[in-house]
Design a binder for this molecule. Structure first.
Ligand SMILES: [Zn+2]
Length: 492
């Protein structure tokens, strides 16, 4: 036993009767230890368990224990935490990252696991035509507009275990707690796990929320799904059609009937989503939870600068029309304009240099532009200044530019009704109230086409996300869920 050391915080607490955790010995053998209630324990060799770098996070578990004893929360933080850790095992790779790409094997396994959780909690699970998974507590008055709590369980390649999954499992925990406490709401409340928020395989994101909210017509969505193809040329439409092969709840998934997945506007009162912040604002302010003021809109553009390619040795500096140095000047200008806007952020994430040879002056540079801001007016001003500056830089250098605006998505603000309920809940819990915008897009943004939305952010360690190191502490997750529980009750 002395040769053993704790190497993972994958703890499973099954009721009050037993605690199970994993140990790894120095010979890299993995064991599962079960501590029974009367101090007895069982050790099993377990080759299935994947052990990774969770040693550093061990402290979170012990904090969790002391915190939950003191807690007067309604929700069961330990149960939620266990759910998160268990779901995080599905699709976990050697690097500790989680990969569940919509409708792949791991995603299907995660869906089945979630459906099982909903069944266990007697939450009347079902899957709709777009593959969204619902759990339900029917209201006393079924005619009243419903409250939806949601997020997603798909991930990026080698992502974290909190992004999306935390929001869905919190919804499950809220409904489970309501059931246990015998709370029967006037209006129906549902938790929803929305299909493919990340768009990791087909570069087409927000599929579930688009289908529910009617952000685009079902016909258009079908067309988009047919043209969205993965690197092997397989279309999203094909993959979605094949999903019903799984049988059971999956038989209802059918892109030909996406119309049925859509909610009417008068059917829904509000959509609430809890998500990790994916930034450092809450961490810097030492806050566990924040109220999302709104989700930043974005403008995307493709820019081309055309100069003249030429020999690096024969063309003098005064005669050059170097597209790359012009692009460099543009990038500096873009950074400066955004920094001076007091709110906009601008990013050039992709740059293609032609002909791209070490001894040839660049003749053409293509680059992307991504501008985000919670204020639509300010964002438009920023974009306008950037475009003007690119035109000026290229003109002064005797070059040409082509500016192709690609997409412009307005900001979605958190509804005052939902945000007031979140603030009241924080107040009840003696927590400071801090508002912050979301720079990243979320399902809530798309659901804003259907109903009033509100979002709660949970502090992210070092602001890291979409990465195996993504982490939020037990205390913050527990607090976020309690805030969600109280907020939901106020809206029912
Ligand atoms: Zn997410």
């Amino acid at each position: 036993m002395l040769a053993l050391f704790l190497s993972t915080i994958t703890f499973f607490i099954r009721g009050k009767a037993e605690t199970i955790f994993n140990l790894e010995c120095r010979l890299k053998k993995k064991y599962r230890i079960m501590i029974k209630s009367k101090g007895k324990f069982i050790i099993q060799k377990n080759s299935d368990l994947r052990v990774s770098s969770y040693l550093t996070k061990r402290g979170s578990y012990f904090n969790m224990k002391s915190r939950s004893k003191k807690s007067e929360f309604s929700i069961n933080g330990k149960r939620l935490w266990d759910d998160l850790m268990i779901l995080g095992e599905i699709g976990r790779g050697e690097d500790g990252g989680v990969t569940r790409i919509s409708f792949d094997q791991e995603d299907v396994q995660a869906r089945k696991h979630l459906l099982h959780l909903l069944e266990e909690a007697d939450l009347q699970p079902y899957m709709d035509e777009a593959g969204n998974i619902f759990g339900t507590i029917p209201g006393k008055n079924p005619d009243l507009p419903e409250v939806l709590i949601g997020s997603h369980i798909d991930t990026v390649k080698s992502g974290g275990r909190f992004d999306g999954a935390m929001g869905v499992l919190m919804g499950v925990e809220v409904l489970r707690t309501m059931k246990e406490k015998g709370i029967q709401p006037d209006r129906t409340v549902k938790v929803v796990s929305l299909t493919d928020e990340e768009g990791a395989r087909f570069d087409y994101a927000f599929v579930g929320s688009t289908a529910i909210s009617g952000a685009i017509s079902p016909d258009q969505l079908r067309k988009d799904l047919a043209s969205a193809k993965d690197k092997n040329g397989i279309s999203y439409l094909e993959v979605m059609k094949n999903a019903s092969i799984e049988g059971g709840y999956f038989t209802r998934v059918n892109p030909d009937s996406l119309e049925k997945a859509q909610f009417r506007k008068d059917q829904v009162k509000a959509y609430i989503e809890v998500h990790i912040e994916q930034g450092k604002v809450l961490e810097n302010k030492d806050l566990g939870v924040g109220v999302v003021s709104g989700i930043s809109g974005g403008d995307w553009a493709d820019i081309t600068i055309i100069g003249e390619a030429g020999h690096a040795g024969t063309i003098g500096m005064a005669e050059r029309k170097d597209a790359l140095t012009a692009a460099g000047e543009c990038l500096i200008a873009i950074e400066k304009i955004a920094a001076e806007s007091n709110g906009s952020v601008a990013t050039v994430g992709k740059l293609d240099v032609k002909p791209g040879s070490s001894n040839v002056i660049s003749g053409r540079v293509d680059f992307t532009l991504d501008v985000r801001d919670i204020s639509d007016n300010r964002r438009q001003e920023t974009v306008k200044s950037i475009f003007n500056s690119i035109r000026e830089v290229t003109k002064n250098r005797g070059l040409h530019c082509e500016i192709n605006p690609m997409q412009s998505v307005p900001s979605v603000m958190g509804s005052p009704m939902v945000n007031e309920a979140i603030q009241e809940s924080l107040h009840e819990l003696n927590c400071p109230i801090h508002h912050l915008p979301s720079g990243a897009a979320h399902d809530a943004m798309v659901m804003g086409n259907l109903t009033k939305i509100g979002m709660i952010f949970v502090r992210s360690k070092n602001g890291i996300s979409h990465h195996p190191d993504e982490w939020s502490s037990f205390e913050d997750v527990e607090l976020g869920c309690e805030v969600l529980f109280r907020t939901t009750l106020k809206l029912l």
